[in-house]
Design a protein around this ligand. Structure first.
Ligand SMILES: [Ca+2]
Ligand SMILES: [Ca+2]
Length: 224
């Protein structure tokens, strides 16, 4: 048998007390459910903490059966609706908080999931704050920089706005304008008709739900 890794999802039932792994009819390995679930307490951050001032997530684990324990740490910026992993399969009991690269929040949560193989326990803390808000990033897909159009052409504008707190910005948060003609329209795809002749700078401004904005620009030519 080679040393290749594999993973497989199987349904889990509360009454499961053992998982047996067979290969071509021969028993390869057995995971047995121990009597006790692990115990876990989060020591840091504390409920309501400001994560800017918190260096790391720290927790205590124990297992009455003496099982080997693996922990996973997750962060939510939206009160538990969505979670991102900070780290997984940890044998230690601490991970640094990279606050620069986490979505800002006034309703943040951190949870630690610890497993002894078949028993899992969870601890979490909430009311966490992290700031400041990250501005969005605007990107223009079309038109290509330097494109030239006939006077009567319809110019297709396509772009998007990415934001760490809001994810993909909705259409009403994307505003297109021209250095010659001013406001063109709103949305991720806009048809610009009747642009004036000349060398335009086309700008997409993206604004997030916290009011922060950024823009991207391309130059295009409309022939006389
Ligand atoms: Ca156990
Ligand atoms: Ca933002």
């Amino acid at each position: 048998m080679s040393g290749d890794m594999f993973s497989i999802m199987v349904p889990y039932y509360d009454v499961t007390d053992r998982i047996e792994l067979y290969r071509e009819g021969t028993l390869q390995d057995t995971i047995t459910k121990s009597l006790h679930a692990p115990q876990i307490t989060i020591q840091s951050p504390v409920q309501g903490a400001n994560l800017r001032q918190t260096d790391s997530v720290e927790w205590l684990v124990s297992d009455t059966d003496g099982d080997e324990l693996l922990s996973a740490v997750q962060y939510s910026h939206d009160g538990g609706l969505s979670w991102v992993p900070l780290d997984v399969r940890l044998t230690g009991t601490s991970v640094p908080i990279d606050s620069e690269n986490l979505a800002a929040t006034a309703a943040g949560m951190i949870r630690v999931v610890v497993s002894d193989g078949l028993n899992t326990s969870v601890a979490q803390v909430g009311g966490l704050s992290l700031g400041p808000n990250h501005p969005p990033v605007a990107s223009i897909v079309m038109p290509a920089p330097g494109s030239t159009y006939r006077r009567e052409a319809v110019v297709v504008l396509e772009g998007f706005g990415q934001d760490m707190e809001d994810n993909n910005l909705s259409d009403n948060r994307l505003v297109w304008s021209s250095s010659i003609d001013g406001y063109i329209g709103t949305g991720s795809a806009v048809n610009a008709a009747r642009l004036s002749s000349g060398n335009h700078t086309i700008t997409l401004e993206a604004t997030d739900t916290n009011g922060a904005s950024s823009s991207a620009s391309v130059s295009i030519m409309i022939l006389p």
